[in-house]
Design a protein around this ligand. Sequence first.
Ligand code: S3P
Length: 436
Amino acid sequence: MNVTVCPASSPLYGTFAVPGDKSVSHRALLLGALAEGTTTVYNFLRSADCLSTARCLKALGVAIEGLEGSGPVTVTGRGLSGLAEPEDVLDAGNSGTTARLLLGILAGQPFTAVLTGDASLRRRPMGRLTTPLGQMGAKILGRQNGALLPLAIRGGKLQGGRFTLPVASAQLKSALLLAGLYAEGETSITEPAKSRDHTERMLTAWGVPLVRRENTVTLPAGRRRLKAQTVSVPGDISAAAFFLVAAAILPGSQITIKGVGINPTRTGILEVLGAMGAKITVSNRREVSGEPQADITVTAGELKGIEIAGPLIPRLIDEIPALAVAACYAQGETVIRDAAELRVKESDRLAALAQELGALGAHIHELPDGLIIRGRPLHGGEVSSHGDHRLAMALAVGALAARGPVTIAGAECVNISFPDFFSHLPGTIRFSLTDA
Ligand code: S3P
């Protein structure tokens, strides 16, 4: 599907909410499946990725209700050892979180499962997870020595251990913690920088206390049981990011997004937009289901380029496409470094951003681990999403402030994380859909 986004004819103004957080939605289903009792999930994100997690869990014998409606979703927990051997291949679709967290769980199951995904996911690195899961005792077979999907996994009697991750990654950390639930002894994971900690918060709240020190999390030895919970999923800051950037780059704009998750491991975008010159106000802070949330107001400002690197990167890893667009509308140079991980996301995001923003006239230079962008407004044109939801949404936001309409090919991929994205674009924005 092609979508054409026209330049906004007026500033953005208004108050609205964004859909539920993708990371928390996945985890609510996965932990709900392993818990004892019925878990109820409010504000569950009904996007293609989270529905992939639901589909895989159903194939493992888990009853999940309410996915079709708009109310809460319920998961009937089967306890840690109640999953059933799937009859067919499990398909994680486009979802890295589904594939990796599920592999962690499957590593502890006394049966064989085969897991695959779409063409993008089948290219993404799994060896960084299958190696430690193999060390814990799981048997895993797949292309390139178990480094790529499809993977066949036969869980086993697992042994805990100490693992040092090569990259800050919540998916790897979470997968090893989930495998650790099934392991003898303690499982301890150290990251080079802190990635999002939703799994740690949720495991603790669900009855499995963890020890957390700096960048290390330890699941102690002993019997583990998860108790079903009621979860209210906060608004997704990674979805909000596109509107925060839109309001920041369109002069005269001011918007408020209500009920957004502001877990400190996710709020790098707020710090960066503030440092670039947008006015960010965080109000009505509260804690819901163990996660901080708040209303975020952003007011457009004269933006200037900055450097984004180091431990900040994992705190805004999914927001870099949106921030690259903000950089196009900033004075001077924005330098993004230490972000080589972006090359193995749903697309090679560094190459794709350089190519597509470049096609719209951006002054953008690709580094091995980042981008250098010199501010210069975008013009209209035709671009591709590369099948990557965050790229499609970033390009749409760039189009709002561009000098002409931008047609995005393959825009349907927004379904992966934000199915209503285009209808959320405020009424001042015209867009049209055509079949590719
Ligand atoms: C996610 C973790 C991040 C992020 C992804 C969701 C998660 O990946 O990019 O969109 O829910 O754990 P990594 O932590 O593997 O970088």
